[in-house]
Design a protein around this ligand. Structure first.
Ligand code: NAD
Length: 275
């Protein structure tokens, strides 16, 4: 921790790598930790976006390295993480954020869509974590996993997305218990509805981008408020962060009364499946 004037910089000179950092929640995380003096590695499949966002962060005074990386390709993840380790000397925080969603009834959703969502959301996080884990353990670092309330509760019309986020939950809570003694930690983040580009790229059952209206519960939060909560959670090395009022309500109801939650959630979202 360093002090600049009256401001405490908790992550000054720490190396923070954010997958999917060219847009939405990932970009806001890059900005928040960058403002705190952290060195930022941005990985994203959007080559133009990575360059543009790296330039923006640099102009704001952040030491940044942007690398085009499709997280579904293990070799690209290995290459990008190695480049960051060679450039900055190691990794203190890995944020597994890159993700896509899908929206359609299970019966209309092709197996290829389930596979695609799993490849990005689950295997992308697995590849980046595998490539970084030695450095993270050496530095007693932190893995932040951007899951969703769909990682801990059911969600009608998004069976593939929900499965991928549940898979992340199983992987990373188990990994946390495995690496606990090394001083390395995992923080799971479950946002509710946040205003980003995620829905503009949601896959329909046929694998094409869907424009079918989306149901939203409660108010959509901003990426800036999510990044601030993640920053504070990282300082306290929290185990789980559930964000937004609707997200918190969903999380607790699904735990205390899972059958009631399933009925309430299904009633709310069922209209999405009507075409
Ligand atoms: P976004 O679409 O604005 O950003 C996602 C980023 O991931 C984009 O920059 C995109 O290019 C990148 N990406 C997608 N596929 C990739 C790949 N194969 N390789 C590398 N990069 C890839 O969406 P967002 O809402 O900021 O999503 C970030 C994370 O937050 C996702 O994991 C999402 O599931 C999660 N989340 C979002 C919400 C929400 O309401 N927006 C709610 C809960 C959880």
């Amino acid at each position: 921790m360093r002090r600049i004037g009256k401001i405490m910089l908790k992550f000054k000179d720490k190396v923070v790598v954010v997958t999917g950092g060219a847009s939405g929640i990932g970009l806001a995380i890059c900005r928040r930790f960058g403002n705190d003096g952290a060195k930022i590695g941005i990985l994203d499949m959007d080559a133009v976006g990575v360059k543009r966002r790296a330039r923006e962060l640099e102009a704001a005074g952040t030491d940044v390295l942007g690398i085009k990386c499709d997280v579904t390709i293990k070799e690209e993840c290995d290459f990008a993480i190695n480049e960051i380790i060679n450039h900055f000397g190691g990794i203190d925080i890995l944020v597994n954020n890159a993700g896509i969603t899908q929206r359609d009834a299970f019966v209309n959703t092709r197996i290829s869509v389930f596979r695609k969502v799993m490849e990005v959301n689950f295997f992308g996080s697995l590849y980046c974590t595998k490539a970084s884990i030695a450095s993270l353990i050496k530095r007693k670092g932190l893995i932040i996993v951007i899951e969703s309330v769909a990682g801990v509760a059911p969600l009608l019309g998004r069976t593939g997305y929900c499965a991928s986020k549940h898979a992340l939950h199983g992987l990373f809570t188990s990994l946390r218990s495995e690496i606990r003694e090394t001083g390395t930690h995992v923080m799971i983040v479950c946002p509710g509805f946040i205003k980003t580009n995620l829905q503009k790229r949601a896959l329909g059952g046929d694998g094409k981008v869907t424009h079918h209206p989306q149901t939203i519960v409660g108010k959509q939060n901003t990426t800036k408020s999510v990044a601030e909560a993640i920053y504070k959670g990282a300082v306290r090395r929290k185990h789980i962060l559930v964000l937004t009022a609707a997200g918190k309500a969903g999380y607790w109801i699904s735990r205390i009364a899972p059958v009631l939650y399933e009925r309430m959630m299904a009633r709310k979202f069922r209209s999405e499946l009507i075409r």
